[in-house]
Design a binder for this molecule. Structure first.
Ligand code: PLP
Length: 450
């Protein structure tokens, strides 16, 4: 199919992430208000990708773009990695899928064993889910059911901090930022959770006091604290002091609530440690992982829990976790996850991530002086330019593409989370593209406002 025909059909029939209904692109482009201040990505026609290899996407017209996004932070080893391709082909030659109810298989068992080994101490039981959002649903269900089983059904709320993002299904939406996030439209139908303020970068006793007060006031109703440790990703690409994670652990123990870490974005080395929890030496009771788990090849996530949580659940009238997706433990996804983790663990990933951190820092150093830039920050293999205006998505993306780089800015953020295998020359291309995108956004928005 040629690109023109493909795009015509795409416009008519295909829904894209956070996009307007198919067939409504023109109406969406004309709409002025944007709920929750959310950028409306549907205003931009998608680029047609024909293939991807290494860190490059090849477009229909032959242009190659360095992927500064790792396909939404997942493709840590790049595309068409021979080891991952071989693992997938080998597994497809045995079985692509069998149901997990009543059956089991080596790819899933081996993956669970590796996850137990590399995640923080105490997490010993693994529920394989089919996406990050579903793993958060499962983690929350574990926490609520734990208290139900212990005769405390009133403990069914969650405490979190503002500025978070945990996925797009309903319970995860309820712990996303209630105002600035993508899901403010749903405020009246979501369960009402307990929110503290956005966690600061520095350690502040007043913030600890705020967390303590929020928990103290609601401890009888709170089942668990749930947060993204260290880095709040899609909620604003900002970081906080790791000591708050220790505070959360202490508060959870003191007030009798569980602690859930959502490591879907931060897991598998992205912040410079295998998991963000490792920066604080804290073990949660429940932890969710996803995204980079399969090296970006297939959709797979997991919710892990401690024996104490599992044992609590098993004491209830319903001593099972009533959750079992059709594609649970999909062997292809597990096999490629095993290969991806083997690759990661055999590599000098801490050295690679530290090097990327240094290169992103150098490449973005002068971006802070660009007009329209509010802040520049780098942590691990994450680089962010925060603008003082909502990004002009079309011009910013076009500027990056003209630079030979794929970026997907949102809200006031132009950021990168490159594959760990990105070379220095390509990292320089990415940071150059980010600066160009910031400049293009600023001139488009000042033209718009003048
Ligand atoms: N939790 C966090 C921290 C995330 O960053 C995301 C996705 O960006 C999710 C959950 C949802 O994962 P998925 O998109 O796989 O459902």
């Amino acid at each position: 199919m040629d690109a023109e025909a493909l795009l015509r059909l795409d416009r008519q029939h295909v829904w894209h992430p956070y996009g307007p209904p198919p067939g409504q692109l023109a109406a969406a482009a004309a709409a002025r208000t944007e709920p929750g201040g959310m950028t409306r990505p549907g205003r931009m026609e998608p680029l047609v990708v024909r293939s991807a290899s290494g860190v490059r996407l090849t477009l229909d017209d032959g242009r190659e773009l360095v992927d500064g996004m790792s396909s939404w932070w997942a493709a840590i080893h790049g595309y068409r990695h021979p080891v991952l391709d071989a693992a997938l082909a080998e597994q497809a030659g045995r079985m692509s899928h069998v149901m997990f109810g009543g059956l089991t298989h080596e790819p899933a068992v081996r993956l669970a064993q590796t996850l137990v080994e590399i995640t923080p101490a105490g997490l010993e039981h693994v529920f394989l889910a089919d996406s990050g959002s579903v793993s958060v649903e499962v983690g929350i269900k574990m926490a609520l059911q734990y208290w139900r089983s212990l005769g405390r059904p009133a403990k069914r709320r969650l405490l979190t901090w503002r500025g978070g993002y945990h996925g797009d299904t309903f319970h995860p939406m309820s712990v996303c930022d209630p105002d600035g996030g993508m899901h403010s439209l749903w405020g009246d139908v979501l369960p009402r959770q307990v929110f503290a303020g956005v966690p600061p970068l520095s350690y502040e006793q007043s913030y600890v006091d705020e967390l303590t007060a929020a928990l103290k006031e609601n401890a009888d109703e709170v089942a668990a604290i749930i947060v993204e440790p260290l880095v709040q990703g899609a909620g604003g690409m900002r970081w906080h002091h790791p000591a708050y994670l220790r505070v959360l652990r202490e508060l959870a123990d003191e007030f009798g609530v569980l602690l859930i870490f959502d490591e879907i974005a931060t897991g598998f080395g992205r912040t410079g440690r295998m998991f963000a929890a490792d920066h604080a030496g804290v073990s949660p009771d429940i932890m969710c992982v996803g995204k980079a788990l399969t090296g970006g090849y297939l959709t797979l996530a997991a919710a892990l829990c401690t024996p104490a949580v599992a044992e609590g659940i098993s004491r209830g009238d319903v001593p099972v976790l009533a959750h079992g997706p059709t594609f649970m433990g999909n062997p292809l996804a597990c096999a490629v996850a095993n290969a991806s983790l083997d690759l990661l663990l055999a590599s000098d990933w801490p050295g690679r991530v530290a090097h990327i951190e240094e290169r992103l820092g150098a490449g973005l150093a002068d971006a802070a002086d660009l007009p329209g830039v509010r802040d520049v920050r780098v942590l691990g293999a994450i680089g962010v330019i925060q603008l003082d205006h909502e990004v002009a998505l079309g011009p910013a993306t076009a500027a990056a593409v003209n630079h030979g780089v794929w970026l997907r800015p949102f809200r006031d953020l132009i950021y990168t989370m490159p594959p760990y295998v990105t070379s220095d020359a390509d990292l320089a291309l990415v940071t150059g593209a980010m600066r160009a995108a910031a400049t293009a956004s600023r001139s488009a928005s000042s033209q718009h406002s003048s």
